[in-house]
Design a protein around this ligand. Structure first.
Ligand code: FES
Length: 102
């Protein structure tokens, strides 16, 4: 929301719509549902995409790493604790998926 479109001209952009589908949710999307980490949904796209980015670099983040990664995303509904739980759940689901992969 704070980056002008011209600032990413020529770069690949992935949005929350690009990581899963209704019939096959991304592990992070599923985790946010599992942990009821959304109320109004205003912050959700940013929280989910920052979680995907965090877990790509840090598969098992601790609470401090999660808080740092998501610090630029504000949730006005106050679901921060559920969001942190959802990030941990995301890490679990992604680890399970990696373990099942051939
Ligand atoms: Fe409402 Fe985060 S769920 S701002």
């Amino acid at each position: 929301c704070v980056i002008p479109a011209a600032g990413v001209a020529g770069r690949e952009i992935t949005t929350v719509e690009g990581i899963g589908s209704l019939s096959h949710l991304h592990s992070v999307q599923q985790a946010f549902i599992d942990e009821q980490a959304a109320q109004c949904g205003y912050c959700l796209s940013g929280m989910i995409m920052m979680t995907v980015s965090l877990l790509a670099h840090t598969p098992r983040p601790d609470d401090v790493q999660i808080r740092q990664a998501l610090s630029g995303n504000l949730c006005r509904c106050g679901t921060h604790l559920e969001i942190i739980k959802a990030v941990h759940r995301s890490a679990e689901l992604m680890a399970q998926a990696r373990a099942k992969a051939p």
